[in-house]
Design a protein around this ligand. Structure first.
Ligand code: NAP
Length: 320
């Protein structure tokens, strides 16, 4: 007899849906598309012992409607969409999925860095639009990655994985900013801890991997882009709101910043009216950070294990 109610808002692999249906009274939404979905979701949350998912903005009002809720298992490492303090007060355990997504997300960072450096998006369009009619001119050239300087904003798990790719694979020098010093990273990657302004001034590639929080919201803007080198590449794989997007757009438009590679935006999905859609010097991906089959499955498995452990009265594996 199943006694525990689980609400999922996430796309799961089929065998996991089956396993969860066997273990719980499962209410499963792949995603919440419209008001009708949202209403059905809130109705299910009224009886939920556990929630597992991502991309649902939690509010205190929602928590008030979910009196049985004991665990919220986010299928993400970033937890900026949860009212953490209010959850703590209600005794609701919040868990996330660190580590298992680090390497795939770092791959996305390096993919954007390479695409922006070599203008891969623009060149792809050229081929598709039948504009590759002669050998390339200097106007189409990109910049080298190997041997350049990589600046990491937020030298955590993902930041370190990006830095390792640059240092070990491309012979890059590494600058970083971080709340605390990382002596082990400095030793392993010969990395130099600098302030944010120095990082923007003295790096060829800048990659943002800091979490979104009250301290980091709007952290980066025009005053930083104004310091960049002539061919600097700016990459954001953390959260859109860490960057003042209107200023980023203006700096890409007026040439203050050479180019950008972006996986995340202030508002997602990116509006079709966004100037980022049409700027040649912006490479925009649709938040693909961790979205590989292997990594997403591992994230779901970890989230499920967290749910089971908390409901069994054991400690979560990865509590926030
Ligand atoms: P992490 O290991 O916690 O690393 C975050 C790093 O940022 C830590 O080293 C931390 O410093 C530093 N930091 C935090 N607040 C700071 C501040 N105010 N000033 C300076 N440094 C600060 O996290 P992670 O696993 O690398 O993930 C980082 C973020 O990437 C996530 O929060 C998420 O938003 C984003 N992400 C995006 C995708 C995607 O799909 N694009 C996928 C996964 C993750 P301390 O060590 O001193 O605490």
């Amino acid at each position: 007899m199943k006694t525990q109610n689980l609400v999922v808002v996430h796309e799961l692999y089929p065998a996991l849906v089956e396993a969860l249906s066997d273990a719980f009274n499962l209410t499963h939404f792949t995603r919440l598309v419209d008001d009708q979905d949202r209403a059905a979701f809130e109705e299910a949350m009224a009886q939920a012992d556990a929630y597992l998912g991502s991309n649902v903005a939690f509010t205190e009002a929602l928590l008030d409607k979910a009196p049985r809720l004991k665990v919220v298992a986010s299928v993400s490492v970033g937890v900026d969409s949860y009212p953490i303090e209010a959850m703590r007060e209600r005794g609701i355990v919040l868990t996330n999925t660190p580590d298992v997504l680090t390497e795939s997300t770092a791959d996305t960072g390096f993919l954007l860095l390479m695409m922006a450096a070599r203008r891969a998006g623009e060149m792809l369009r050229k081929v598709r639009d039948h504009e590759w009619t002669a050998s390339l001119s200097r106007e189409d050239f990109g910049v080298d990655v190997h041997g350049k300087t990589l600046g990491i904003v937020g030298m955590g798990r993902i930041g370190q994985a990006v830095a390792r790719r640059g240092h070990d694979g491309f012979g890059m020098s590494v600058n970083y900013t971080n709340r605390s010093a990382k002596p082990e990273v400095e030793a392993a990657l010969d990395a130099r801890r600098v302030d944010l302004e120095t990082l923007f001034r003295e790096s060829d590639f800048i990659c943002v991997t800091v979490p979104l929080s009250a301290e980091t919201e709007g952290l980066i803007g025009r005053e930083h882009f104004a310091l960049t080198r002539p061919h600097a590449v700016f990459v954001n794989i953390s959260r859109g709101k860490v960057v003042r997007e209107d200023e980023l757009v203006a700096c890409l438009q007026d040439g203050t910043l050479h180019c950008a590679g972006l996986d995340v935006y202030e508002r997602e999905p990116l509006s079709t009216a966004s100037p980022l859609m049409t700027l040649d010097n912006a490479v925009c991906l649709p938040h693909i950070g961790s979205s590989t089959f292997q990594t997403r499955n591992a994230m779901c498995d970890l989230a499920v294990d967290n749910v089971k452990r908390v409901l069994a009265g054991e400690g979560a594996i990865t509590a926030v």
